[in-house]
Structure formats: C-alpha cells, structure tokens
Write a protein that binds this ligand. Sequence first.
Ligand code: UT7
Length: 329
Amino acid sequence: MVRYAAMTGTGAYIPEKVLTNVNLENIVDTNDEWIRQRTGIVKRHIAEPDMAVSDLCLRAARRAIKDAEIDPLDIDLIIVGTVTSDTLFPSTACYVQRGLGAKKAYAFDLAAACAGFVYGLDLADGLIKSGRYETILVIGGEVLSRIVDWTDRNTCVLFGDAAGAAILQATDEEKGILASYCGSDGDYSDTDLLGVPAGGSRMPATCETVNQKLHTIKMRGREVFKLGVRIMPEAALKALALAGITIDEVDLFIPHQANIRIIEAVGDRLGIPREKVYINVDRYGNTSAATTIVALDEAIREGRVNSGDMILMVTFGAGLTWGSTLIKL
Ligand code: UT7
C-alpha cells in the first residue's frame, strides 16, 4: 500500500507590532518609494523584545494542531526550520516540544536558511512514506529583526518576523506531498554573499565581532537576486516533473517571499498567470523559513485554496539552499 503525507492542519503567528517603510525613514537613509519599487515591501512585523523565535513557533504550532484536530501527544517528530534559534543549543524544536507537552516526539532544528520549511517537508514526507512515523509537525519560524543591522539600509528594510506550522499525517489517499525536490550548493556559502559571519565556531563572539556588527545579516543583494531568479524556476519544474504534473494543473503558486520583482520574474519564467501567484511580501517582508508556510496558511484561511487543490511551493536561501514541493490539499 502506498502511503502519503497529508497536510491535515496549518497555522501561523505574526507578531502584532508593525514597522512601516515610513517608520524606517527615521532609522536609515531610505524612503517608502524606493522600498516599494525595488522590493514590493510596504511593512513588516517585529516581535516584542520578550519574545524569542520558539514563542512564535509555539503559537503557530498550537494553531496547526487545533486545525488538524490532533493531540500534541500524537506527534512523533517536531522539525523547526530557523536561522534565529532561541539559543545555539538546546534547539528551538525542544523549546516548542516543552511548550506543547508533545512528550512522545523527538525534536530538532533544521539549518537551511530560507529553505528550512521546504527541507522539513521533504524530510517529513520521506519519514512518513517509509512507514516509520504517522504524525509530524514541521515549522518555519524567524525573528530576523534580532540579527538585522539596523544601520544598513541595504538589508534592514527587507526582513520581518513570523512563524508558520504544518501537521503532516500518514494516509493511503493520494493527497498531501505528491513530490518534493531539494538542492544545495556550498560553492555559494560565503557569508558575505548571504549569511551571518560571527557567533559560530569559526568566529566566536568577542567585543570586536560585536563592534564590527559581524553578528548581523550580510548580503550581496544583486547577486542573490540573480541566483534566486535562476534557481527557483528550475527547482519548481523538478517537483512538477517528479509528480508528472504540468504547470497548468497548479491552482496556486507560492514562491519564497523575498522581493516582488523576484516573485514576478520566477512566475513569468514558469509561465504561470499572475492571479495564481500568492503574494504577501508587501505585508511581511522576507521572513526566511516562515514565508511559504505563512502564505499557505493565509491562502487556506482566505478560501483561495480548497481541498483537492494543487499547490506548488518553491524557495531558496543562504547556503545556497533551495527546494520545491507539490502539495495536493
Ligand atoms: O531570502 C533570500 C535572500 N534575499 C533576497 O532574495 C534578496 C535579493 N536581492 C534583492 O532583493 C535586491 O537586490 C535588493 C532589494 C536587496 C536591492 O535592490 P537592487 O535593485 O538590486 O538595488 P542595488 O543593490 O543595485 O542598489 C541600487 C541603489 C544603490 O545606490 P547607488 O549605488 O546606485 O547610488 C543603493 O545604495 O539603491 C541604493 N539603496 C537604497 N536606497 C534607498 C540600497 N538600499 C536602499 C534603501 N533605500 N533601503
């Protein structure tokens, strides 16, 4: 009997506090018009100082659990995709486990930057299909506002905080993850292309690393832009080919929400009509591992997708990492 990993529940949590482009004009030398035109972002949400990423993930997870109508004790595994974990260790996933009381699960974080959630889905799908587990919680969550250099206009206008979660459960019906494809290329792992140089074993924290702002996001935006526009359509086509599905059969396309110009270029390359492309980068900015699952959760709540619809997700991020997944709701 063929097993599938059905997505039986989703949830998201967006912090209340809003930071608009106009607010940013008081922080760095930027302006609303530049940010809108070059990125499509209008505002982003910022977590309160007393909240760590596990607090966001926990809220999103509780909503997904409720949506799936399961008990936290049903969960076999918790995977959290994040680059802004509460602490270097223990993992954020263990904090989420404690918060949920998901005693039966094992829990770990997945470090794949923006691709963290899609990588998590791929793993969960494999583990469910293999017959090892029945119920897996996959989360993508970030508090990027903690690792942004608020004096660097090239990066600080781009990012926001959010978390999204999905429950995957074994089923013998042909639904859920129909295909997924992940890749990475460590030749692009230089931290100045996209990364945080200090705070790990390569460059532990010192007064100097703090003074030089080496614990914050560095990015060569234009290069990352071009890589995203090239890699995401290729990755999306791979998942479609694996599932034997054409782009015309996709009801909703959810690309990584980093920049409206990247989203439109990727959609155009795939030949998918604009009305089938989900966009919320205007409201949240780039929330890294959270973007795709927050978008899917919203699309479901808005009634933009329904049971049986075909959703294509694609993402890319630091590493480089990338991944795509085709989900039948
Ligand atoms: O999750 C994946 C990771 N990230 C991404 O996918 C982001 C990929 N990259 C991008 O989205 C874009 O490259 C950016 C939005 C980061 C930058 O847009 P761009 O069109 O590539 O602009 P640019 O870096 O070529 O900069 C153009 C100009 C520069 O001025 P000069 O040198 O032409 O005088 C920048 O200094 O815009 C200036 N600039 C700004 N001006 C006002 C850069 N940031 C700002 C700003 N406000 N915030």
